[in-house]
Design a protein around this ligand. Sequence first.
Ligand code: OOG
Ligand code: NI
Length: 316
Amino acid sequence: MNALRASADSRLKEGQPPVPLMRSLLSAMVRPYLMKNPTAVAALDLIRKHDGGPVCYDHFAFRTFGVDGCGIDAMSQVFLDLGYKVRDELRFPAKKLRALWFSPPDHLLDMEGSEADGPLPRIFISEIIVSELSREAQEIIKRYTSRSGPISKYAATASVLNSLTWPTPHLSDYQTLAKESEYAAWTLVNGYALNHTTVSVHRLGSLRNIEKLNDFLQENGIKLNSEGGILKVSPDGGLQQSSSVADTVTFTFAGGEVEQVPASYIEFAERLVLPIHGDLHADQIHEWHRRDGFEVGNADKIFESTSSDQTGMRKC
Ligand code: OOG
Ligand code: NI
């Protein structure tokens, strides 16, 4: 165990996760995301201007390749070291994906404040199960992930620095992957970049109802992901989500070829109060009284926010 890890562990044992570092890391991940994704900026600005309440982040999401040490573990380690706890696994057999989500220490999930000074977000990290892809797709992915080597440990650093941990991709590799898995193609060019932040709708002011918020955003020109309907509702009704369609950015591939690729999007989540807490007054309600976690049926459709069907980009 190295000295840095040992000192982080001893602080955690004393029950004091280094909160300023957590906040700085999360803010640093949001910075390149805001630079690259004008729709996320526009949606946040509209909400800040018209809502009046705090804008808090429900969760942050990342995508990974589940091979060569580049998968969920590469991205989750820093959060675990900072006091996050692993919660549930979600599986998406048709997309060949699995995901884990992580929660911050309890008292940091529910607190006053907004954005970088507010409640800490849950973390949702998915990975594509590379061994289940075609031989050709596996070969392409491994050609990059094997070059990532020990650097994959610094997934969070790469996210902050807006850099890939593998060599600049070739356009032909991107195009071949996109035919089989748009998730894989996205990950090849975006790496560990923040895939989306999610606004906590139930913490907002006048827009604290997701259907109202969706109407407001669409009236103001924000295009929302329509896969399976704009509003995604969990079978128990308690988790309601919507998301924008990803922005596209110009990417310079190896050899200088330039092509448009999907970048990131922004999501909105309303967590309803659990029926067993139905008697509580509004001022008694905390985050832990609300529907927690994620929902496979919702997530399956939210993944499509970066698909060519939603972005309208030409399929490769
Ligand atoms: C993640 C999609 C799922 C959620 O909140 O269920 C998701 C992705 O697009 O990588 O964000
Ligand atoms: Ni999400």
